[in-house]
Design a protein around this ligand. Sequence first.
Ligand code: BTN
Length: 230
Amino acid sequence: MEANIIHLATVTSTQDVARAMTARSVGTVIIADAQEKGRGRWGHVWLSPRGGLYMSIIMRSDPLLSLRAGIAVAHALQRLGIDARLKWPNDVLVKGKKIAGILIEASGGTAIVGIGVNIESVPLAGSTCIAAEAGRIIARDDLVLSIVQEMDTSYLEDILKTYRKLCATIGKDVAITMGNEKVSGLVVDVDEGGHLLLKTAEELRIISSGECAHLDVHSSADTGKQDRLR
Ligand code: BTN
């Protein structure tokens, strides 16, 4: 992707800036130093003080974009020596703590991929940041280039295979909130459409969208859950 990178100071949300441009701007990346109304998935606020990365990439829609974006950010953080993993679909975690989030807003064949990464500080208790995990401050713009490059590379990869390796949700007991419905169970896999395969007490469910919470803190390898997946 030929990236046209636009740096701004403070904006409401880089998603809003990108949305005003989409008709002509596939490949454009908007970066802001801070956001006054940063937004997350499911109507959450994304606190956006200076010292973090706030970027939106304008792209063509693609059914696996959500997984690809997660892979790109996780790989960019791994390049810094950080053991980044994914909580379905694309929250980026380090040892169970959130370090980055992704919001995709799509319409008419165009998708705005919004990415927020905690670099210098932790705006929300219980999260983590690059400074804490890598023990150093990194250059925000190098991280942007690394993420954009990884988004390109992901077209060449076996997305599902790569995603499964990074996904900390597979093998976990989870609770999924879908509007007023809440369903719990064991995640047995993610399918080729990026859906979660959830084994509840009653049935195997295919979940295409929902807010996912991990119910245990140990990895599947630690808890022997892998056995229950077979
Ligand atoms: C989430 O984990 O809920 C997604 C967070 C996405 C935050 C980014 S920061 C850049 C872009 N602008 C926004 O307002 N949100 C996204």
